[in-house]
Design a protein around this ligand. Structure first.
Ligand code: PAF
Length: 284
């Protein structure tokens, strides 16, 4: 057995987690995940390891953030593979709880999200961010991490969680890490596994659409309407892509802009068959 496998400790209950962390050297870095780990998660783990004395990964497919039982049921899972990746990355501790360790019997409290969680993904997936914020608040409380690492691919999630951590005085700094992409530009996501071969080939259109808008912006275009149109026109080149939204929003509030004069977020959501993909590009 490799040394890294010997070092990986996996705990399942709140009590085991507390005991395992009682003497853990600080600072503690947390990487919250829903499993099916990919290179994007590896980059979060590596960043956490480089900045903290102890790295904790949580693996929990959170039922409260899915919009339908079908979506929850088809979320990919493979704990053995995930634990092997954590061992390879020399993670110190994995918390992989059953549902009732996160949500004890009688669970009756949720975090309610303000304005930043309302548009875009919040509008497309009602209740999603309440589910995310609630589980992240629980994980922050259980792990007591100094820092937690999230992928910029879910830009609105980062904003919602950061706002919550500030507002609720949670002692965990929220750190956003760059989106990791395949060579052809497709942002890594656990959902990519559901794409058919033809859909996978078509999916880099999301990144191309964002880059087309970014280069128009770099050339001096400041009309948000025009930049949205640039993204829509690019996406229209791909018959398999069914566009849900294209957005040019304020980088702080995520309100749709008329003109891009400061920090902004280009983002989009596109369906390929039954698989929904999102991506974004911050400006500048
Ligand atoms: O980004 C995710 O994988 C999830 O939304 C998170 C942050 C682990 C909460 O369940």
């Amino acid at each position: 057995m490799a040394t890294s496998e010997v070092q990986l400790e996996v705990v399942r209950t709140r009590g085991e987690l507390r005991r395992a962390l009682a003497a853990a050297p600080r600072p503690i870095g947390l990487v919250p995940t829903m499993g099916w780990l990919h290179e994007g998660h590896r980059s979060l783990i590596q960043r956490a390891r480089s900045e903290n004395a102890t790295t904790v990964v949580t693996i929990f497919v959170n039922p409260r953030q899915f919009n339908s039982p079908e979506d929850l049921a088809r979320y990919p899972r493979s704990e053995g593979r995930d634990l092997a990746i954590c061992a390879e990355e020399a993670v110190d501790l994995v918390f992989a709880p059953p549902v009732d360790e996160v949500y004890p019997p009688g669970f009756d409290t949720t975090v309610s999200i303000g304005a930043v969680g309302q548009p875009l993904e919040g509008a497309a997936r009602p209740g999603h961010f309440e589910g995310v914020a609630t589980v992240v608040a629980i994980l922050f409380a259980l792990v007591g991490a100094d820092r937690a690492y999230f992928g910029q691919k879910d830009a609105q999630q980062v904003m919602v969680v950061r706002r919550m951590a500030i507002d609720l005085a949670l002692p965990t700094d929220v750190i956003a890490c760059p989106t990791v992409r395949e060579a052809d530009g497709l942002a890594l996501s656990s959902r990519n596994v559901h794409l058919s071969a033809a859909e996978r080939e078509a999916a880099p259109i999301l990144h191309r659409a964002l880059l087309a808008a970014r280069s128009r912006w770099a050339a001096g275009e400041r009309s948000a309407k025009t930049l949205r149109q640039v993204m829509s026109d690019e996406l229209a080149l791909e018959p398999l892509a069914k566009v849900e939204y294209t957005s040019v929003a304020d980088g702080q509030t995520l309100r749709e802009l008329a003109r891009v004069d400061g920090a902004a977020l280009l983002s989009l959501a596109v369906r390929f068959g039954s698989t929904r993909l999102i991506d974004n590009e911050p400006l500048p």
